[in-house]
Design a protein around this ligand. Structure first.
Ligand code: NAD
Length: 283
């Protein structure tokens, strides 16, 4: 069992709200920080939505347990107060380097020495942020996947300055909140999951964009030949097309061509994936 009891989650957006709810659901006291009252109102709606989702989709999530989870989440827009008593801070604020660095500088000054900081960043390396924390030995990445209650990997990745004991504690904490920890031994952009997924999805897009095969036939090939339940275009529809677009547009010249194809044929036509009712498929 770890010494972690009080967890603060910075940012109550898509991922932050899920991490906060899951952590509270597993019995921890959680403080959820977001920037102002409007963001906190949106967070309350997210938590209520997650409560419904857990009741529907998570085994053992009866009314009592879900109500208890909601009761264990305290919300605040005061950053310094949010971290004052935290054992662990999980940061899930927007993917903007300067914003994160500035936030780490502030919480580095406000949090007790014992507090561990973990970033949920998908595309930044922890070493991009380590100096701004003021405590590089107690800082690492803890990366969740969207829909944490269902896709429950938690990739743990430190820098060469992360204290191995801190790494171990965060691995154990990830298990305590119902995640399957994936230990990454060296810094790697994209962790394990996106190192596999991004090139895979880009290769699929290149086949369709180049006119080699239709999205349906690419999916059919992948599913029949490997036994996988979903093809890459079905995955893209579930992820939502704007996230892969944003990754492609910052890639090399061939990735940028794919981004343009995705934009012209799908995004500009409002075909954003499952959430918009249509992407590569209709829903
Ligand atoms: P989001 O935009 O849904 O939420 C970000 C939240 O942070 C917002 O509620 C925003 O108000 C708040 N916030 C807190 N401090 C802020 C500040 N100083 N300035 C502006 N906003 C502030 O983003 P998200 O999708 O939850 O992503 C958050 C982090 O999680 C990113 O680092 C992202 O890479 C990572 N992540 C996202 C996913 C995903 O599928 N969305 C998956 C894994 C990791």
């Amino acid at each position: 069992m770890t010494d972690i009891r009080r967890v603060t989650v910075l940012g109550a957006g898509v991922l932050g709200s899920q991490i906060a709810f899951q952590t509270a659901f597993e019995g921890f006291d959680v403080t959820s920080f977001d920037i102002d009252d409007k963001a906190l109102d949106a967070a309350r709606e997210r938590f209520a939505g997650l409560a419904d989702t857990y009741r529907r989709e998570v085994s053992g999530a009866d009314d009592d347990r879900v109500t208890d989870a909601l009761g264990r989440i305290a919300s605040t827009s005061d950053l310094e107060a949010a971290v004052a008593e935290a054992d662990l801070v999980i940061e899930a604020i927007p993917e903007i380097l300067e914003l994160k660095q500035d936030t780490y500088r502030r919480i580095g000054a406000a949090a007790p020495e014992k507090t561990i900081f973990a970033t949920n960043s998908s595309t930044l390396l922890p070493s991009d942020l380590a100096d701004s924390t003021g405590r590089p030995d107690r800082f690492l990445a803890l990366h969740f996947a969207n829909r944490v209650w269902q896709f429950n990997t938690a990739e743990v990745m430190g820098t060469d300055r992360t204290d191995p004991a801190v790494f171990r504690e965060v691995v154990e904490f990830a298990s305590e909140i119902g995640m399957v920890p994936i230990e990454i031994h060296k810094e790697k952009a994209g962790y394990v999951l996106n190192s596999l997924l991004v090139p895979f999805l880009n290769s699929a897009a290149a086949l369709a964009a180049g006119g080699y095969a239709s999205p349906e036939d690419v999916d059919k090939t992948w599913k029949i030949a490997t036994g996988a339940p979903l093809g890459p275009f079905q995955m893209l529809d579930i992820i939502g097309l704007t996230t892969p677009y944003n990754i492609m547009v910052h890639g090399d010249a061939s990735a940028q061509k794919l981004a343009a194809w995705l934009k012209e044929n799908y995004i500009d036509k409002g075909k954003l994936g499952v959430a918009s009712g249509e992407g590569f498929y209709r829903y």
